[in-house]
Design a protein around this ligand. Structure first.
Ligand code: URA
Length: 236
């Protein structure tokens, strides 16, 4: 899941199979671009997914892969499982074994799951500092009211982790349904939050993670490749 980083001059020497000292003049002459920008600094850090163009030749060690999947209820957010169908079983791609999941959903939760082989992208989307919003539709057993909205905004103390949950936005959409936006992803977080009101969650569906919104043409079990603009790659 961690992307390998190396110095730009070593990366070029390795991928072009030339001596390190042959790289310096190329950098000095402005013939090397990283992700579209001319770079002269031999020590510039690149990873296996950065697009390096050297004198017009594209050098890239690995092709980054990004997928959006509509996870059905009953499919497990794991890459291997002895009992259940996994999200990876639903992806049809020759390099799917290189993928990891960007934020898991419970077995009985449906909706948007992102998968990638680019550790920098998944970290940007899931790190607590990033505060990337995750949007859910939720249906509960008993009627909701404004007390819930206030409590979700104030946060709940989670004893296991010893933390108060970050302010969450709950918008009531009917007597027993709501839209919820969280900026973190603790274990069973939504169910535990409604559990404080002894109001069991009957259905939970994730519709968005940051800028990635579940495509409504994607039926449960379907996936599609994502085109991630480079400017957005490591900023969630
Ligand atoms: N919170 C939960 O309780 N379950 C999920 O699958 C996601 C968030």
């Amino acid at each position: 899941m961690h992307s390998k980083r190396s110095r730009l001059d070593r990366f070029i020497a390795r991928t072009c199979q030339v001596p390190l000292k042959a790289v310096k003049p190329l950098l000095a002459r402005g013939l090397v671009c990283v992700n579209g920008t001319v770079v002269n600094d031999a020590q510039w850090a690149v990873d296996e997914f950065d697009l390096v163009v050297c004198d017009g030749v594209v050098l890239q060690e690995r092709t980054p892969l990004y997928f959006m999947l509509h996870k059905p209820v009953g499919v497990v957010s794991a890459t291997r499982d002895a009992q259940h169908t996994t999200v990876l079983d639903l992806i049809d791609h020759p390099d799917k074994e290189s993928l990891h999941i960007v934020g898991r959903l419970d077995l009985n939760t449906s909706g948007l799951v992102l998968l990638t082989n680019d550790g920098r992208w998944s970290r940007a989307l899931t790190s607590p500092e990033g505060k990337v919003p995750k949007r859910y539709q939720v249906r509960v057993t008993f009627p909701l009211d404004e007390r819930y909205v206030k409590a979700f905004a104030e946060g709940f103390y989670f004893e296991t982790e010893g933390v108060v949950t970050a302010p969450a936005t709950l918008t009531l959409t009917s007597a027993t349904t709501a839209e919820l936006v969280l900026t973190e992803g603790k274990y069973h977080q939504v169910k535990r939050m409604f559990g404080r009101f002894r109001n069991p969650v009957l259905a939970l569906h994730r519709t968005a993670v940051g800028p990635y919104v579940l495509d409504d043409t994607l039926a449960p079990g379907e996936f599609k490749p994502l085109v991630v603009p480079r400017a957005r790659l490591h900023s969630g």
